[in-house]
Design a protein. Structure first.
Length: 172
C-alpha cells in the first residue's frame, strides 16, 4: 500500500511543528527549574528538625509583640486626646482707629473641647493679650463675641462661619 506523497508531507510538517513546540516548552521549563534552584532555602527547611515547634514559638513571639503594640497605641491615644486638636482663629479690628484686622482671638482645644482662648488686642500705641480657660466648650469667664466665635469655629460649628462684618475666620 502506497501513501500519497502529499499526505506524507503534511504529516511531516505537523510532526516538525509539534517537535518545535515541545522543544520550546522544554527550554522554558529548564529556565524555570534553574531559577528555582537558585532561590533561597525555603523557610520550613530553615526551621530545623521540628518545624511545628519553631512556628509555634514564632507565633508566640508575634503575639507578644502585638500585645506590646496594642498597649503603645492605647498610651498614644490617651496622650493625643489631651493634645490640641481643634483650632479656631478670628481676626478683627478692636479699635475704630485701627484697620487691617490686627487683633485676634484664637481657641486651642483638645479632644473634649477644653483648652484656652488667647486674645490679642492691637492698638496704635499699645497691645494687650488675654487668656481665658475653656472647659468642654464653655468658658469659666465671660467671652467676647470674637472669643465665642473662635471657640465655635474650633469646635466645627457651621453657624460660626457666618461672621459679623469686620471679622475674618480661619479654622483648622
Amino acid at each position: 500500500m502506497a501513501l500519497d506523497p502529499r499526505i506524507v508531507a503534511i504529516v511531516a510538517v505537523a510532526a516538525a511543528a509539534v517537535a518545535v513546540v515541545a522543544l520550546l516548552a522544554a527550554l522554558l521549563l529548564a529556565l524555570r527549574l534553574r531559577a528555582l534552584r537558585r532561590a533561597p532555602v525555603t523557610p520550613l527547611a530553615a526551621l530545623g528538625d521540628d518545624p511545628a515547634a519553631a512556628l509555634a514559638q514564632g507565633l508566640h513571639a508575634v503575639t507578644g509583640d502585638l500585645a506590646g503594640l496594642t498597649e503603645q497605641v492605647r498610651r498614644i491615644g490617651a496622650v493625643a486626646h489631651g493634645a490640641v486638636q481643634h483650632v479656631g482663629l478670628v481676626r478683627f479690628d478692636a479699635f475704630a482707629d485701627m484697620g487691617g484686622r490686627q487683633s485676634f482671638s484664637v481657641a486651642l482645644l483638645d479632644g473634649e473641647g477644653s483648652g484656652f482662648v488667647l486674645t490679642g488686642l492691637s492698638g496704635r500705641t499699645e497691645s494687650r493679650t488675654y487668656a481665658k480657660e475653656v472647659a468642654r466648650g464653655q468658658s469659666l469667664h465671660p467671652l467676647s463675641p470674637e472669643e465665642t466665635a473662635a471657640v465655635a469655629r474650633a469646635l466645627g460649628d457651621p453657624a460660626a462661619d457666618a461672621t459679623a462684618p469686620g471679622l475674618s475666620a480661619v479654622r483648622r
